[in-house]
Ligand binder design. Structure first.
Ligand SMILES: [Fe+2]
Length: 386
């Protein structure tokens, strides 16, 4: 089968990477008035000032849309489009976690694309309706997890679909990503842990996803090693530059790797955000070991590689034992970084499970999971994690 392999965009990486943003916006991209897209938390904690100081220094004017919600809906998109047009903007600079970056991608799409957002749903062939005429966009992550800064999709919860809807196109990749690990220094431990486990899940699911992609496999397995080694340190010592740098790289690696595909963890996690309001990374962290055990029947050899990357000595284990050891290693990592192991610890109620099963089945991520996942399997996995 033919597939398309593409590696992402230009990435400015390292401490201080945000400093040339003014030059990049004003001179290289020649933007006169970018729309800054962020959320109220980034404004309140002073991170947005780090961006606007640089723009001011380069004498670049801007407009601001700072009302992106966590788990963004249309309310994080259309008011931003209105500001973009009213202020005659000519590009976007998004700063924040996955929500701000994804909302900015949807705003960027809507300023040149007239159809309703659900028409661009990847599950309904929306990708073919997305043309190249999007304005330039710079993505500046303030978490190390989502990897949206180098990703080709925006995940928005739409009223019309009632679910987290993936809008996917190669044209949605930001023009430039600025990955400055110092911007994650102030991220509190619980968010460092949850976003970091999103990166872990991307790397594990990409490695297990069906399909032939040895380049993504190599990136993914190294990403697993790096998250295992550095996430506990980043949680414990927020200003540890080595740990924050490694986590920012591992998050980017996860998103590069998952162009190969994701899996059932993500299909189960998306409804936990829409129905129970859970943080995406937290949902992944809790579900991951359960889905790894479920996948052992189909992908024990691959899980054995994951076990080794997680630091398990696999020499005297058969593939099934190694797969189990990999799941245990994830549970231990969760415990080390302070993530409580049950969904009910995080506000999920049992009666939500029947509501979430059909949403998980509609989610496209499961299609590349190494073991096909039925509705009964989805329910069993939610119950196992409950
Ligand atoms: Fe994710």
């Amino acid at each position: 089968m033919l597939s398309t392999w593409s590696f992402p965009t230009r990435i400015l990486f390292g401490p201080g990477a945000i400093q040339p943003v003014g030059h990049l916006v004003g001179e290289e991209l020649n933007l006169r008035r970018p729309l800054l897209v962020t959320d109220p938390g980034i404004v309140a904690c002073g991170l947005l000032d780090r961006l606007t100081e640089q723009l001011q220094r380069a004498k670049v004017a801007w407009a601001l849309f700072d009302r992106v919600e966590g788990n963004p809906t249309e309310a994080s998109v259309f008011p931003g489009v209105a500001v973009y047009h009213a202020e005659h903007c000519d590009g976007l600079v998004a700063m924040g976690g996955g929500s701000a970056l994804d909302a900015a991608k949807a705003i960027r799409l809507k300023v040149t694309h007239p159809l309703s957002l659900e028409e661009y749903d990847d599950l309904k062939g929306g990708s073919s309706r997305i043309a190249a005429d999007l304005p330039p966009m710079i993505a500046i992550p303030t978490t190390a997890g989502t990897g949206s800064e180098v990703g080709r999709s925006a995940v928005i919860t739409l009223e019309a679909t009632g679910r987290k809807t993936v809008i996917f196109s190669p044209y949605l990749i930001p023009s430039v990503a600025i990955a400055d690990p110092e911007l994650t220094f102030g991220l509190p431990p619980h968010l460092t842990a949850a976003t970091g486990m999103d990166a872990m899940t991307h790397n594990v699911e990409a490695y297990l996803a069906t399909g032939y992609h040895p380049m993504c496999d190599a990136i993914a397995i190294r990403g697993v090693e790096m998250v295992r080694k550095y996430l506990p340190l980043a949680v414990k010592q927020g200003e540890n530059l080595e740990a924050r740098t490694a986590m920012m790289a591992a998050a980017i690696m996860g998103a590069v790797a998952f162009q190969k595909g994701l899996g059932t963890v993500h299909s189960l996690a998306h409804p936990l955000s829409t129905v129970a309001g859970m943080h995406h990374g937290l949902s992944n962290a809790i579900l991951l070991p359960h889905v790894m055990r479920f996948n052992a029947a189909a992908a024990a050899d691959r899980l054995s590689d994951v076990a080794a990357a997680l630091g398990v000595d696999t020499r005297n284990l058969d593939a099934c034992q190694a797969a189990e050891a990999a799941a245990v290693a994830i549970e231990q990592l969760n415990a080390t970084i302070g993530i409580l192991p049950r969904l009910r610890d995080h506000g999920v109620r049992e009666e939500m499970i029947p509501q979430m099963v059909p949403l998980a089945m509609q989610d496209g991520c499961r299609l590349l999971n190494p073991r096909p996942t039925s509705a009964a399997d989805m329910e069993a996995l939610y119950r196992a994690a409950f």
